[in-house]
Design a protein around this ligand. Sequence first.
Ligand code: HEC
Ligand code: HEC
Length: 269
Amino acid sequence: MEEEKKGLSRREFLKVGAVAAGVIAAGEVLGTGSLNLLSRGGKASAGEAAAPAWPWPYKKLDPEAVQKAGYNAYYEGGCMYGAAKAIIVALQTQAGYPFTTIPIDIFRYGEGGMVGWGTVCGALNGSAAAITLVSGKADYGKLVNELMGWYTQEPFPSKKHDQYAKFPGQVQNACGSPLCHVSVTEWCKKSGAKVTDPERLDRCAKLTGDVAARAVELLNAQADGKFAAGYKPSDLFGGCMGCHVGKTSALNNVQGKMNCVQCHEPHKL
Ligand code: HEC
Ligand code: HEC
């Protein structure tokens, strides 16, 4: 380790520093000699240091603090950025390194369901990234699945932000889908807002905090050994999956767990 520290010249550090500058406290990086961003194909070359092995150790966080942080961070970089930042900065505060090496700006692309395409909600995407960072192979899938399912059934936005939000007391809607397209459009329909209105942005800022807070609740439960999956697909489409989705289904011809009847008419055989 000592050698690696010396081996990392100032110039080399600045090279990666340009990418990482926003988040990495220089003292931390040089102090530990581990530069996550430098690893190529998982292996460090001379003068470089490998990232700590995945998953990184989780420390329990305060969901309410993360909820508010997510609301605020939405206004800096959108929904995926906001959710990821709320959780990762909380981990930086609780645990410091290696969480301090993550450049939060990599999560900007998720806004509007991937740069405005309306696919997966960015708050889900950012929260799922944070969950996966601190959960091993056996756990991240069940936690993310629970978050996705919960999201489809939850009336957003919560009232938890009403003390500080720009638009307290907004209309709530559960949209049945993890898609940004459905989530935003259905809420606009119900509230009368246009997609680019400040009211809609505030709704998504709150939602960002809500989803990040839920992710933290799930992680905390997992940390306590108390996580129990609660999500079940509704009967409206649970039956479709029996024939179309998965190895044990008759057809096994559909990828997905979304509500089929939001897009397809149910059919008779
Ligand atoms: C009992 C098994 C079964 C169930 C339950 C079932 N399907 Fe199907 N589905 C089929 C079969 C068989 C076909 C025809 C497959 C083919 O022709 O390749 C089909 C075809 C389809 C198609 C292709 C277009 C069409 O209409 O032929 C769609 C879309 C579809 N199903 C959606 C659904 C949805 C949505 C549900 C739940 C509301 C559902 N399925 C439930 C067996 C089922
Ligand atoms: C967000 C919308 C959406 C959801 C949700 C969705 N689908 Fe689809 N699905 C599509 C689109 C779009 C296509 C491609 C166009 C088409 O064939 O209708 C498609 C294609 C299909 C096809 C092939 C259709 C054909 O003509 O052969 C089947 C079967 C199907 N979906 C079943 C399902 C089942 C079962 C579910 C639930 C697990 C589901 N879909 C969920 C949008 C959706």
